[in-house]
Write a new protein. Structure first.
Length: 818
């Protein structure tokens, strides 16, 4: 297909996509966008409202063209158009750049994944969307999984942009408001795929994940992968506008910045860091020699976070604070502001008095007089300002000595501080961070430190106010900052005067943005005079202030003058390039000779590689056979192990059953034993319970019986002396006449088994027993005495029975008598 026919077809398809008739200008626009760039392998068709039909037409018409660059951003191709474009990219083996941002692409990730898995030349793939785009892409979890799985097989991609696609959020197939289906949590799968890619890819340099609804856990995993990977290559990391992140994620970011060897740019715009998160990022900046750009726009780190970052850049400790020099400068700025307000009031009073005294009859003459008065007022104001600047520039000798001592103290503090000055950070964006006066003063203190290499400082949207005076004093001594953004910072006339005074001495800054501040018309002459002497500022914005338009136009002309002078000062780059190419042409024959020699070496290397591959195949075959043999042996061993485990389980089951049976028996035995013990205790209590009355009666009866026993014993002893001569027979007869054998006399009578088996309680006192206690009947339980029998004394027979000596004592007495 010829180029003209292709353009006509594309124009018709575009008209169908937008439901409108093509205009004559559209054809010329497409020709400018297609004909010349297509010869160079480029296709820049962004912002043309190309839809599905246009995408299909492009895929059909450019099949045979070798394309290196395709830019279709800010169109409306949708999912179907995305499939067609991915097929076109898949057919181009030399494509390196593909941009389909802001095209209403939904969850169509399979076609993108197929393109990535088959392409080996693509280096840049942009699928995100700008912040305020009307046709943002919305690739979800399932689409991201397809893309990342395709990226695992691709080794050429260097930049991946998926900004503002909910790849960590809810899948589009899930209905919002209903419970999450079973098997959810696929966002963790996305995070794991990203971790695998970071661990295995050496070429991925830029990863843009801003606004992807990233969770804290996913952020921690990604940061750990970047910080721990030895072959890490990520240089740019974008986590902006992920508002779900919490403090553990900020700690992981700080650790990643400290340990990464390649990360040079970190973008955290819109992340709710707060003061604590800002202090964690500041820890990573202390002594860092890798990070070059840090963007913290709208992170709300407040004054404490900005102060921590400023002290980290300088190399001070967290609690070292700032030198006293800046406190004196702040007081000096406050005095200058008060003097300026006083001068303004005096000037207004002078203008009012001149207007009251001046009279004129003609209107034109009146206007001329007013212009002359304004000119005189401006000249008097400029003369007063010059005198004030001379006074400020010529301090007394005591003030100079004081400043020198303060500077020495500051140098001493920086030498003893923790770490070293950060010399690599060149870009710092702290816009809309609520830095306040404290944070601004800390940044100004950092700008005057030797070694600080900040080139771009953005403070837009912060309530700086009078602290701009302090910042302007720091800019007088700074020699690195080229761009300073102080727009919408509520800076008033004293701050503008201080900045104008700084432009007299600073010839490094090129861009100064001051639009949206509260400047009055009185600041115009000061800024205009400063720009007349300054030769470096090429951009100075003052819109939104009360400066006259003529003053702003004069300042813009001076900026153009400086820009033109810079261009004239630089040599002609084209001529220098031609000279360089001519020098390279002289070395071309040598390069060709080296190239041929290199080709011969490549052929030799290819042969060696082929030989090594054959040997590798043989080794692979042998290893496969050995592997199969080992697998067979492993299977047999696995079966034996399973059999043993089965037997072990059976034994364990039998053992558990036996243990349960024993536990039941032990429980029953313990219950019976407890029951018997309770019964035995009850019997013992009933047996040994005796009231006090019974004890007293027994004691009284015992005393009486003892006296009788003593008398009887004396009598018996006398008779024994007489009867001993008659022998054993006579003793037996005497025993029969006297009744039962007396205690301690004659052979001992055997006791019953029941009474012999129970020893006498050690607590009870020994009591003499009556002869009636020698009966063989087992002891019976004593019943509690009834109230009628309570006072009746116990009989001597029962008392003797209770007091009978134990069996061992009786045996000893019998042996002694024999």
């Amino acid at each position: 297909m010829e180029t003209d026919d292709f353009i006509q077809e594309l124009l018709a398809a575009r008209a169908r996509d937008n439901d409108e008739e093509p205009r004559p200008d559209d054809l010329e626009l497409l020709k400018r966008r297609i004909i010349k760039p297509l010869e160079q392998g480029r296709l820049p068709l962004n912002k043309l409202r190309l839809g599905v039909n246009s995408s299909i037409s492009l895929a059909k018409g450019l099949k045979k063209h070798e394309l290196k660059f395709i830019d279709l951003s800010n169109n409306i191709i949708g999912d179907i158009g995305c499939v067609a474009i991915m097929q076109l990219a898949q057919m181009n083996s030399s494509l390196t750049y593909l941009n389909v941002e802001s095209n209403d692409i939904g969850n169509e990730g399979q076609a993108i994944g197929n393109m990535l898995s088959s392409s080996h030349s693509i280096e840049t793939l942009l699928l995100g969307s700008p912040e305020n785009s009307l046709h943002q892409n919305s690739i979800g979890v399932s689409g991201a999984i397809f893309i990342l799985k395709g990226l695992e097989q691709n080794k050429s991609l260097r930049r991946l942009g998926i900004n503002r696609n909910p790849i960590f959020g809810q899948a589009p197939s899930h209905v919002v408001g209903q419970p999450t289906p079973a098997g959810g949590g696929r966002d963790s799968e996305v995070a794991q795929l990203l971790v695998n890619i970071l661990n295995s890819h050496d070429n991925l340099k830029e990863l843009e994940l801003g606004g992807t609804q990233m969770t804290t856990r996913a952020c921690i995993n990604i940061c750990d992968a970047i910080s721990t990977t030895l072959n890490g290559s990520v240089e740019l990391l974008d986590f902006s506008h992920n508002t779900q992140l919490t403090f553990p994620a900020f700690e992981s970011m700080s650790k990643m910045v400290r340990q990464s060897k390649t990360l040079t740019c970190l973008i955290l715009d819109g992340v709710p860091l707060g003061a604590r998160g800002g202090s964690e990022i500041a820890k990573a900046l202390r002594g860092n020699v890798i990070l070059e750009k840090l963007s913290l726009n709208r992170c709300d780190i407040e004054e404490y976070g900005v102060h921590a970052i400023a002290t980290a850049i300088v190399g001070l400790k967290d609690d070292a604070g700032l030198p006293d020099e800046f406190d004196l400068a702040r007081e000096k700025s406050a005095r200058q502001q008060a003097q300026y307000q006083q001068q303004q009031q005096q000037q207004q009073d002078q203008l009012g008095s001149t207007q009251q005294t001046g009279t004129s009859n003609d209107g034109d003459d009146n206007n001329n007089n007013n212009q002359q008065q304004g000119t005189a007022g401006g000249q008097s104001y400029r003369s007063q300002r010059s005198q004030q600047s001379q006074q400020n520039q010529s301090p007394s000798q005591s003030q100079q000595q004081q400043q020198q001592s303060i500077q020495q103290q500051y140098n001493l503090e920086t030498q003893t501080a923790e770490g070293v000055v950060n010399t690599t950070l060149t870009y710092l964006d702290l816009g809309h961070c609520q830095c306040g006066p404290v944070g601004t003063d800390a940044l100004a203190a950092a700008l005057v430190k030797d070694g600080v290499n900040l080139q771009t400082l953005i403070l837009t949207g912060n309530n700086i106010g009078a602290s701009a005076i302090f910042l302007a004093d720091a800019m007088k001594r700074n020699t690195t900052v080229e761009k300073l953004d102080l727009s919408t910072c509520k800076i008033e006339d004293p701050g503008a005067e201080a900045l104008a005074n700084a432009l007299y001495e600073n010839n490094v800054i090129t861009t100064l943005l001051l639009h949206g501040n509260f400047f009055s018309a009185a600041c115009g002459p000061s800024l205009l005079d400063a720009m007349k002497t300054n030769t470096s500022v090429t951009t100075l914005t003052l819109t939104g202030s009360l400066l006259p338009r003529q003053t702003q136009a004069d300042i813009a002309e001076l900026c153009d003058r400086n820009q033109k002078n810079k261009k004239d000062a630089n040599p002609n780059k084209m001529k220098e390039e031609i000279r360089h190419l001519m020098r390279e042409m002289e070395h071309l024959p040598e390069v060709i000779h080296d190239l041929r020699h290199t080709r011969r070496l490549i052929i030799r290397v290819d042969k060696a590689i082929h030989k090594v591959e054959n040997e590798k195949m043989e080794v692979q075959t042998n290893s496969d056979a050995l592997t199969s043999q080992l697998r067979t042996q492993l299977g047999e061993q696995r079966k034996e192990v399973q059999k043993k485990e089965k037997e072990k389980l059976e034994k364990e089951r039998d053992l558990r059953e036996a243990q349960e049976f024993n536990k039941r028996n032990i429980g029953e035995m313990e219950a019976n034993l407890a029951k018997e013990e309770s019964l035995y205790k009850q019997e013992e209590e009933e047996r040994f319970v005796m009231s006090m009355d019974d004890i007293e009666a027994a004691y009284y009866t015992q005393q009486i019986e003892k006296e009788k026993f003593d008398q009887f014993k004396t009598k018996i002893d006398d008779e024994i002396k007489k009867l001993r001569l008659r022998g054993d027979r006579a003793v037996a007869e005497v025993a029969k006449k006297g009744g039962k054998t007396l205690p301690g006399l004659g052979p001992a009578q055997p006791k019953s088994k029941a009474s012999a088996g129970k020893p006498k309680s050690p607590a009870a006192p020994a009591k003499p027993k009556s002869p009636a206690a020698k009966s063989k009947s087992p002891p019976k339980k004593e019943k509690a005495a009834s109230p009628a029998k309570k006072d009746k004394p116990a009989s001597p027979a029962k008392k003797d029975k209770a007091a009978s000596p134990p069996k061992k004592e009786k045996a000893a007495a019998k042996k002694k008598k024999k």
